[in-house]
Design a protein. Sequence first.
Length: 497
Amino acid sequence: MTKKEAFDTLFAKNEAIGALDMAEALIHWDATTSGVPMKSIEARGAASGWLSGESFRRFVAPDTQECIETLEALDGELTTIERAMVREVGRRYRKAKAIPPEEFQAYSTLLAQAEPIWEKAREKRDYNMILPYYEKIFAFQRRLCDWYGYEKHPYDALLDDYEKGASVEMLDRFFGALREKISPLIKEIGASGQKPKEIKGTFDIAKQKELSPWLCDFVGYDRERGKIGEVEHPFCTTINRHDVRITTKYHEDNLLSALYSTVHESGHALYEQNMDEGLTVYGLDEEASMGMHESQSRLFENIICRSRAFAGQLLPKLRGLFDYFADWNEEELYRAVNIARPSLIRIEADELTYSLHIMVRYELEKALIMGDIKPADLPGLWDNEYEKLLGLRPDNLAEGVLQDVHWSSGAFGYFPTYAIGTAYGAQLVNAIRKSVDVDTAIKNEDLSPITGWLKENVHRHGAVMLPDELLKTATGEPFDAKYYVDYLSEKFTELYL
Ligand code: ZN
């Protein structure tokens, strides 16, 4: 096989896989946002299953291996982008092939059963319902570490699935810094007795909906190349480079929920929309990592749109829609969107306490993988960790160990990307501030200096670079938790202490 033949084969595969994935994404979008007939669920499920199966079969076909071997042997002759393609296809292929097919089949069936059982177990607050599934899933994950292989820590093998190159060594350092600096700060804030004014009341949903387009435009999400849908759990999905859709959810009694989820998903969408179109043929028009994707949403959600400058822009908009805000001032609004209070539910956690929720999950996953703890012991260990880190003890399993879907869907090693991504965001904004006056951009309601920087230094590169290399190239430094820790400490000390 010549170099040209190898690339042409991979390009043709990407084209076919891209078409299959686009069809599946459309089915998923339609199913989640359109209220489709219940009777079609089975037929849709079968079609979706076939599409993803076909996509996988095409990818793992024997000629892929031949292409990889041919191109890896030519490494010195390849351009940067070609080398990145070979690297990505190679790592994905080796991972897909590492799992014995009969094990993969049994595991897929297990996961399909586990998720609905988890939902029931959560509803009934009965850990014994899900325990046998957890035992099998966790056992599979431990075997997966060996199939994938690792150098230092077995959990590294799983982390790499979501955050390429991440390791226990890196995460221990990161969470160690949070434990040392942020955990005491949360306790100090709790003891300060400060009680900021809160946004309470009911807010007409039709009026809330008027706010969403403004928020999308503010972030820079191009609505002409996308769409806004409504769902139970908001997400962003890419149909193709010119059709990146977001979703949000409106609650009459929680104005901030839709507001910040719209900003969050717009941040994800901006990343997708700004990737170089030339990367598509190489299959590199995707995020550098899950953490890097999350950095883009959280950077807008928290650092930009929970800033004092943004409160100044938001207040007139809110006043125009809701009489409720007639007697509010900017400082009160700034404080109200930054209330820091330990809580039990991760997805409702505030900016300051969020990463501690992740730390609990990280430590438990690591211990499970090492065999230091048993799945049966998780509920008690979970509650103890929450009490230690956040000073709260769950009343029941639904607000404790059964709150997240991740473990029943086999997403092991996923949680840390939420925290790492948030920290990437802080490091990126620190770098942006060297050449951009961030507050002035917000006050001008023109974030183009910020989004332009992000497009140039992060978005357009897609998956060409690994996340650590991308962050280093963009900010001039390797990943350092200090930017996140400093940002949180300064912001919340000024707010509360
Ligand atoms: Zn997100």
